[in-house]
Write a new protein. Structure first.
Length: 156
């Protein structure tokens, strides 16, 4: 772990996930849409991610906009919904025309433009060591799908 921090490098072996398809409750096993993919990472990977996350939170917390609620300590989407509700209510009380557009981006994390994310970190002046570390974490990720596993409760 010390080498990871010293060289700002996330080892390739730690970037390979095992994807296990789990059947959703009450769904048909023959329908491919009936499964939830669960990614399993090594213990080393999880520890390294935790260390990296703590470093990122420390350097970004005071640089994020106030309306950023997702993935922040003590903030949630529920609070964001309450904020929007207050804005709509204020608009109704003041007879404003109030419009809203809501987007649900499926698998948003899987679709993150990693070069754009790294660029954003540079523009908000995150230390270069953390950016290099993030770049090695985000690039070259692999996964293997494991199928045909019998869980202990189904093995009887």
């Amino acid at each position: 772990m010390n080498a990871m921090l010293k060289f700002q490098y996330f080892r390739n072996e730690w970037k390979t996930a095992i994807a296990v398809p789990l059947l959703k409750p009450g769904e048909h096993a023959k329908d491919s849409g009936s499964y939830i993919p669960i990614s399993l990472l090594s213990a080393f990977s999880k520890i390294a991610e935790s260390v990296l996350l703590k470093r990122i939170v420390v350097v970004t917390e005071d640089k994020l906009i106030l309306m950023q609620f997702g993935f922040r300590k003590n903030l949630s989407t529920v609070q964001q919904l309450l904020r929007i509700t207050e804005i709509v209510k204020e608009g109704m009380d003041e007879s404003w025309d109030t419009e809203a557009v809501f987007l649900d981006i499926a698998k948003a994390f899987d679709r993150v433009w990693t070069d754009g994310l790294l660029y954003k970190l540079i523009t908000i002046r995150i230390p270069g060591g953390i950016i290099r570390h993030m770049a090695t974490y985000l690039r070259g990720r692999l996964f293997a799908v494991r199928v045909g596993i019998i869980s202990p409760r189904h093995a009887q």
